[in-house]
Design a protein around this ligand. Structure first.
Ligand SMILES: Cc1cc2nc3c(=O)[nH]c(=O)nc-3n(C[C@H](O)[C@H](O)[C@H](O)COP(=O)(O)OP(=O)(O)OC[C@H]3O[C@@H](n4cnc5c(N)ncnc54)[C@H](O)[C@@H]3O)c2cc1C
Length: 238
Protein backbone atom coordinates (compact mmCIF):
# COMPACT_ATOMS: atom_id res chain seq x y z
CA UNK A 1 0.00 0.00 0.00
CA UNK A 2 1.09 3.57 -0.78
CA UNK A 3 -0.54 6.80 0.31
CA UNK A 4 -0.63 10.28 -1.21
CA UNK A 5 -2.14 13.44 0.23
CA UNK A 6 -4.36 14.82 -2.54
CA UNK A 7 -5.81 17.57 -0.33
CA UNK A 8 -5.07 18.36 3.33
CA UNK A 9 -8.01 16.21 4.49
CA UNK A 10 -8.13 13.71 1.64
CA UNK A 11 -5.69 10.80 1.49
CA UNK A 12 -5.35 8.51 -1.51
CA UNK A 13 -4.59 4.84 -0.80
CA UNK A 14 -3.09 2.86 -3.66
CA UNK A 15 -3.45 -0.81 -2.84
CA UNK A 16 -1.68 -3.60 -4.65
CA UNK A 17 -1.75 -7.34 -4.18
CA UNK A 18 -1.54 -10.54 -6.18
CA UNK A 19 -5.27 -11.20 -5.79
CA UNK A 20 -6.23 -8.05 -7.71
CA UNK A 21 -5.05 -9.83 -10.86
CA UNK A 22 -6.03 -13.33 -11.99
CA UNK A 23 -4.77 -15.96 -9.55
CA UNK A 24 -5.14 -19.62 -8.64
CA UNK A 25 -5.65 -21.23 -5.27
CA UNK A 26 -7.06 -24.50 -3.94
CA UNK A 27 -10.57 -23.37 -4.96
CA UNK A 28 -9.55 -22.94 -8.62
CA UNK A 29 -8.73 -20.10 -10.99
CA UNK A 30 -10.05 -16.62 -10.23
CA UNK A 31 -10.43 -13.81 -12.76
CA UNK A 32 -8.85 -10.42 -12.18
CA UNK A 33 -11.22 -8.10 -10.33
CA UNK A 34 -12.77 -5.22 -12.27
CA UNK A 35 -14.68 -2.09 -11.40
CA UNK A 36 -17.03 -0.68 -14.02
CA UNK A 37 -19.40 1.53 -12.02
CA UNK A 38 -18.56 5.04 -10.77
CA UNK A 39 -19.85 4.15 -7.29
CA UNK A 40 -18.51 0.60 -6.94
CA UNK A 41 -17.53 -0.18 -3.38
CA UNK A 42 -14.86 -2.16 -1.58
CA UNK A 43 -14.88 -3.24 2.03
CA UNK A 44 -11.61 -2.38 3.77
CA UNK A 45 -10.73 -4.55 6.80
CA UNK A 46 -8.60 -2.98 9.51
CA UNK A 47 -6.49 -4.46 12.31
CA UNK A 48 -7.38 -3.65 15.90
CA UNK A 49 -5.40 -0.78 17.41
CA UNK A 50 -2.05 -2.16 18.61
CA UNK A 51 -2.29 -5.29 16.50
CA UNK A 52 -1.26 -6.09 12.92
CA UNK A 53 -3.65 -9.02 12.55
CA UNK A 54 -6.54 -8.38 10.19
CA UNK A 55 -9.64 -10.51 10.70
CA UNK A 56 -11.35 -11.23 7.38
CA UNK A 57 -14.85 -12.59 6.84
CA UNK A 58 -15.33 -16.22 5.84
CA UNK A 59 -17.03 -17.37 2.67
CA UNK A 60 -20.41 -18.84 3.60
CA UNK A 61 -22.12 -21.84 1.99
CA UNK A 62 -24.23 -19.61 -0.28
CA UNK A 63 -21.14 -17.77 -1.58
CA UNK A 64 -21.71 -14.69 0.60
CA UNK A 65 -19.66 -13.63 3.59
CA UNK A 66 -20.04 -14.23 7.27
CA UNK A 67 -18.08 -12.95 10.24
CA UNK A 68 -15.83 -15.41 12.03
CA UNK A 69 -17.48 -16.07 15.39
CA UNK A 70 -14.40 -15.75 17.55
CA UNK A 71 -12.84 -12.56 16.26
CA UNK A 72 -13.78 -8.93 15.88
CA UNK A 73 -14.02 -8.02 12.20
CA UNK A 74 -13.53 -4.32 11.63
CA UNK A 75 -14.41 -2.92 8.24
CA UNK A 76 -15.58 0.24 6.51
CA UNK A 77 -16.91 0.82 2.99
CA UNK A 78 -15.05 2.91 0.41
CA UNK A 79 -15.65 3.85 -3.22
CA UNK A 80 -13.32 2.49 -5.88
CA UNK A 81 -11.82 5.68 -7.29
CA UNK A 82 -9.85 3.66 -9.85
CA UNK A 83 -8.82 0.07 -10.48
CA UNK A 84 -6.14 -0.50 -13.10
CA UNK A 85 -2.58 -1.73 -13.52
CA UNK A 86 -1.36 0.82 -10.94
CA UNK A 87 -3.57 -0.77 -8.27
CA UNK A 88 -6.84 -0.27 -6.44
CA UNK A 89 -7.26 3.39 -5.54
CA UNK A 90 -9.53 4.72 -2.79
CA UNK A 91 -9.72 8.28 -1.45
CA UNK A 92 -10.33 8.58 2.28
CA UNK A 93 -11.71 11.71 3.93
CA UNK A 94 -9.94 12.36 7.23
CA UNK A 95 -12.41 13.34 9.90
CA UNK A 96 -11.82 13.93 13.61
CA UNK A 97 -11.55 10.32 14.79
CA UNK A 98 -12.60 6.90 13.57
CA UNK A 99 -11.09 3.48 12.91
CA UNK A 100 -10.42 4.13 9.23
CA UNK A 101 -9.45 7.78 9.54
CA UNK A 102 -7.03 7.03 12.38
CA UNK A 103 -5.54 4.02 10.57
CA UNK A 104 -4.92 6.10 7.44
CA UNK A 105 -3.21 8.82 9.49
CA UNK A 106 -0.81 6.20 10.93
CA UNK A 107 -0.33 4.03 7.81
CA UNK A 108 3.22 3.62 6.49
CA UNK A 109 3.99 2.53 2.92
CA UNK A 110 3.86 -1.26 2.73
CA UNK A 111 1.31 -1.63 5.55
CA UNK A 112 -1.25 -4.39 4.91
CA UNK A 113 -5.00 -4.02 4.87
CA UNK A 114 -7.76 -6.48 3.97
CA UNK A 115 -9.95 -5.85 0.92
CA UNK A 116 -13.17 -7.54 -0.15
CA UNK A 117 -14.84 -6.56 -3.41
CA UNK A 118 -15.37 -4.58 -5.48
CA UNK A 119 -19.12 -4.82 -5.28
CA UNK A 120 -20.28 -3.60 -8.68
CA UNK A 121 -23.07 -1.07 -8.37
CA UNK A 122 -26.20 -0.52 -10.37
CA UNK A 123 -25.45 1.32 -13.66
CA UNK A 124 -27.17 4.64 -14.23
CA UNK A 125 -30.00 4.49 -16.75
CA UNK A 126 -29.38 6.17 -20.07
CA UNK A 127 -30.64 9.70 -19.34
CA UNK A 128 -30.34 13.15 -20.88
CA UNK A 129 -29.83 14.92 -17.52
CA UNK A 130 -28.10 14.02 -14.28
CA UNK A 131 -28.35 15.57 -10.84
CA UNK A 132 -25.63 14.14 -8.58
CA UNK A 133 -25.29 15.43 -5.05
CA UNK A 134 -22.94 14.29 -2.34
CA UNK A 135 -20.86 15.38 0.60
CA UNK A 136 -17.09 14.96 0.93
CA UNK A 137 -17.35 11.16 1.33
CA UNK A 138 -19.01 11.07 -2.09
CA UNK A 139 -16.21 13.08 -3.75
CA UNK A 140 -14.55 9.93 -5.14
CA UNK A 141 -17.82 8.75 -6.69
CA UNK A 142 -18.73 12.24 -7.97
CA UNK A 143 -15.24 12.61 -9.48
CA UNK A 144 -15.47 9.25 -11.20
CA UNK A 145 -19.00 10.05 -12.38
CA UNK A 146 -17.95 13.39 -13.86
CA UNK A 147 -15.09 11.75 -15.74
CA UNK A 148 -17.24 8.92 -17.11
CA UNK A 149 -20.47 10.67 -18.17
CA UNK A 150 -21.16 10.70 -21.93
CA UNK A 151 -20.22 14.11 -23.39
CA UNK A 152 -23.81 14.92 -24.37
CA UNK A 153 -25.22 14.51 -20.86
CA UNK A 154 -26.27 17.75 -19.14
CA UNK A 155 -27.11 18.55 -15.56
CA UNK A 156 -25.51 19.37 -12.23
CA UNK A 157 -23.01 17.83 -9.86
CA UNK A 158 -23.36 19.38 -6.41
CA UNK A 159 -20.59 18.90 -3.86
CA UNK A 160 -21.54 19.69 -0.29
CA UNK A 161 -18.03 19.79 1.04
CA UNK A 162 -16.76 19.94 4.54
CA UNK A 163 -14.88 23.19 4.02
CA UNK A 164 -11.12 23.79 3.89
CA UNK A 165 -8.87 20.88 3.13
CA UNK A 166 -11.18 19.05 0.77
CA UNK A 167 -11.11 21.17 -2.37
CA UNK A 168 -10.07 19.11 -5.36
CA UNK A 169 -10.77 19.77 -9.03
CA UNK A 170 -13.74 17.90 -10.41
CA UNK A 171 -14.06 17.30 -14.16
CA UNK A 172 -17.36 16.91 -16.02
CA UNK A 173 -18.75 17.28 -19.55
CA UNK A 174 -19.29 20.91 -20.60
CA UNK A 175 -23.06 20.66 -20.16
CA UNK A 176 -22.72 19.60 -16.53
CA UNK A 177 -22.35 22.41 -13.97
CA UNK A 178 -20.22 21.68 -10.96
CA UNK A 179 -21.65 23.50 -7.94
CA UNK A 180 -19.88 23.63 -4.59
CA UNK A 181 -21.64 24.49 -1.39
CA UNK A 182 -20.31 24.64 2.14
CA UNK A 183 -21.84 22.09 4.50
CA UNK A 184 -23.33 24.89 6.61
CA UNK A 185 -25.53 25.99 3.68
CA UNK A 186 -29.00 24.44 3.46
CA UNK A 187 -28.53 21.87 0.67
CA UNK A 188 -32.20 22.02 -0.37
CA UNK A 189 -31.87 25.76 -0.97
CA UNK A 190 -28.90 25.05 -3.25
CA UNK A 191 -31.15 22.70 -5.26
CA UNK A 192 -33.89 25.35 -5.39
CA UNK A 193 -31.56 27.53 -7.43
CA UNK A 194 -30.90 24.89 -10.09
CA UNK A 195 -34.09 24.91 -12.19
CA UNK A 196 -34.55 21.14 -12.17
CA UNK A 197 -36.50 19.28 -14.85
CA UNK A 198 -37.89 16.27 -12.97
CA UNK A 199 -39.16 14.48 -16.07
CA UNK A 200 -35.77 14.30 -17.83
CA UNK A 201 -33.40 14.04 -14.87
CA UNK A 202 -32.03 11.09 -12.92
CA UNK A 203 -30.84 11.95 -9.42
CA UNK A 204 -28.03 10.24 -7.48
CA UNK A 205 -27.56 11.20 -3.82
CA UNK A 206 -24.92 10.06 -1.34
CA UNK A 207 -23.39 11.27 1.90
CA UNK A 208 -24.44 11.71 5.50
CA UNK A 209 -27.69 9.75 6.03
CA UNK A 210 -29.79 12.68 7.33
CA UNK A 211 -28.64 14.92 4.48
CA UNK A 212 -29.47 12.29 1.87
CA UNK A 213 -32.92 11.67 3.36
CA UNK A 214 -33.81 15.35 3.38
CA UNK A 215 -32.55 15.86 -0.19
CA UNK A 216 -34.57 12.89 -1.40
CA UNK A 217 -37.75 14.17 0.33
CA UNK A 218 -37.20 17.58 -1.22
CA UNK A 219 -36.84 16.14 -4.73
CA UNK A 220 -39.93 13.93 -4.37
CA UNK A 221 -42.27 16.33 -2.61
CA UNK A 222 -41.10 19.77 -3.77
CA UNK A 223 -39.75 19.07 -7.25
CA UNK A 224 -42.00 16.21 -8.41
CA UNK A 225 -39.31 13.57 -8.99
CA UNK A 226 -40.50 10.01 -9.51
CA UNK A 227 -39.01 7.85 -6.75
CA UNK A 228 -37.63 5.46 -9.36
CA UNK A 229 -35.53 8.33 -10.69
CA UNK A 230 -33.80 9.03 -7.38
CA UNK A 231 -31.04 6.69 -6.24
CA UNK A 232 -29.84 7.44 -2.71
CA UNK A 233 -27.33 5.96 -0.25
CA UNK A 234 -26.40 7.02 3.28
CA UNK A 235 -22.59 6.82 3.48
CA UNK A 236 -22.24 7.64 7.19
CA UNK A 237 -24.35 8.79 10.11
CA UNK A 238 -23.84 11.98 12.11
C1 LIG B 1 -21.14 2.86 -0.20
C2 LIG B 1 -20.20 3.76 0.59
C3 LIG B 1 -19.12 4.37 -0.04
C4 LIG B 1 -18.26 5.22 0.69
N1 LIG B 1 -17.20 5.79 0.05
C5 LIG B 1 -16.35 6.59 0.75
C6 LIG B 1 -15.18 7.15 0.13
O1 LIG B 1 -14.88 6.88 -1.03
N2 LIG B 1 -14.38 7.95 0.89
C7 LIG B 1 -14.67 8.24 2.20
O2 LIG B 1 -13.92 8.98 2.84
N3 LIG B 1 -15.77 7.71 2.81
C8 LIG B 1 -16.59 6.88 2.12
N4 LIG B 1 -17.67 6.33 2.74
C9 LIG B 1 -17.96 6.73 4.13
C10 LIG B 1 -17.12 6.00 5.15
O3 LIG B 1 -17.34 4.59 5.04
C11 LIG B 1 -17.55 6.48 6.56
O4 LIG B 1 -17.30 7.85 6.67
C12 LIG B 1 -16.90 5.70 7.67
O5 LIG B 1 -17.74 5.78 8.81
C13 LIG B 1 -15.54 6.23 8.07
O6 LIG B 1 -15.04 5.32 9.02
P1 LIG B 1 -14.17 5.75 10.29
O7 LIG B 1 -13.70 4.46 10.87
O8 LIG B 1 -13.15 6.76 9.92
O9 LIG B 1 -15.20 6.43 11.27
P2 LIG B 1 -16.25 5.64 12.21
O10 LIG B 1 -15.50 4.84 13.24
O11 LIG B 1 -17.18 4.88 11.33
O12 LIG B 1 -17.03 6.81 12.92
C14 LIG B 1 -16.47 7.51 14.03
C15 LIG B 1 -17.24 8.83 14.23
O13 LIG B 1 -16.97 9.68 13.13
C16 LIG B 1 -18.17 10.08 12.48
N5 LIG B 1 -17.91 10.08 11.04
C17 LIG B 1 -17.83 9.00 10.22
N6 LIG B 1 -17.55 9.40 8.95
C18 LIG B 1 -17.45 10.76 9.01
C19 LIG B 1 -17.16 11.73 8.04
N7 LIG B 1 -16.90 11.42 6.75
N8 LIG B 1 -17.12 13.04 8.42
C20 LIG B 1 -17.37 13.40 9.71
N9 LIG B 1 -17.64 12.50 10.70
C21 LIG B 1 -17.68 11.19 10.34
C22 LIG B 1 -19.23 9.06 12.90
O14 LIG B 1 -20.51 9.65 12.93
C23 LIG B 1 -18.77 8.64 14.27
O15 LIG B 1 -19.25 9.55 15.25
C24 LIG B 1 -18.50 5.46 2.04
C25 LIG B 1 -19.58 4.80 2.69
C26 LIG B 1 -20.41 3.97 1.96
C27 LIG B 1 -21.56 3.28 2.67
Amino acid sequence: MRTALIAPRLVRLVLSGSQLGAFEDEAGRHQAVVSTGFDDVVLLFFPRLGSERIALPQVSADGGFERPLDTEVIFREYTVRRLDATGLVVDVVLHDAGVASDWVRRAEPGTSIGVVGPRVSRALPSIPRILAIGDSTALPALSRLGESLPVEVEGDIVVIDGGPGLEIPLFAPTGVNVVRAHESVDACSVLSGLGLDATRTYAWLAGEAGLVTSLRSFLLSERGFDKDHVQFTGYWRN
